[in-house]
Design a protein around this ligand. Sequence first.
Ligand code: SF4
Ligand code: SF4
Length: 342
Amino acid sequence: MEEDLIQKKALLILGGPVRLPKGFEFPYRVSHSTAGPGAGYGSAVFAFGYHRVKKTISYDDGEFELVVGENGYSLTRNGEPFLENVELRPVVFHSPEQAFFNLDPRCMYHCAYCTSPLLPKDEFKGLTDERIVSLVKDARSVQKVVSVSLTSGVVGSVDSTVDRFVSCVSALRKEFPDMPIGIEPYVATEEHLRRLKDAGATEIKLNLESPDREIFEKVCPELDYDGIWHLLQLAVKIFGKGMVSSNIIFGMGETDEEIEKCFRKLCSMGVVPTLRALRFNSMNRENLEKAIGEQEKMTPERVISLAKMQKRIMEEYGLTTLNLHTMCIECTCCDLVPFRDL
Ligand code: SF4
Ligand code: SF4
């Protein structure tokens, strides 16, 4: 049964939108994300068993369809029964039980898979520190909020973007002394890391993006691969073993052996690796095909086997995702997260 649900979550992660029945009113506010795979689209969270996924929703078409039955919700896939006992879950901001803000979706870099800087300018919500603190306060008064997470594009310079994170983290820490705060900045120096930790961040994610340097240089031509490895090492010194994570996007032409080698290196440094299946969409397809060409269609089998490998290697190095309470690891909506989904 559990293996069956894992297989279904993998299919949902890779699959198309969920079509809603005509006239169906979602019981919760629909999330309009400015980061992550659903950036720019309306999406909602569907939960089943121990799992949850965030899917783009549509009234027009979709690979999956929400069915409203007498005893609750279920999903069909291409018209065939797919998943029973589905629950709809609210998001706090962007993520269920988590207030996850994109401080600024604009970015001076041009990573080929990233849709955030391609969003229409009016998606930039102009979030101030005061506004974020007040949104979190209000959310906590009506629903469970386990943590706050912050991401951002790089705007102006790396220094000024780090300043922005430091100021927002300080404001949040002042108001919420015990709340886990996770950050996903692009940093360049040890001082950046120390300032973010001193401001009150508890978890940090510095993304390596690919286990293969050549692929990295094609998809993130302006970012510094060796610099990220070095900063990951420093981040573990400052934030602690198991409190630093790094994302690997797979499906860009790398091999499973390269991913395994990269995971071992990250885990031996005390970094928790995270894994994200590459998704092509109408906004990033052209840039991605220019950078890495067409890629083989991803299979649920690969998603599952890589997640199992990720868990096995983390166990060997005494790491877990259960001590992390922010960002994608806590959310689990777009990946099979070791120790949480499997
Ligand atoms: S650094 Fe790259 S991945 Fe991050 S927001 Fe900018 S373009 Fe996107
Ligand atoms: S897993 Fe990450 S990208 Fe996906 S919805 Fe959750 S926080 Fe957003």
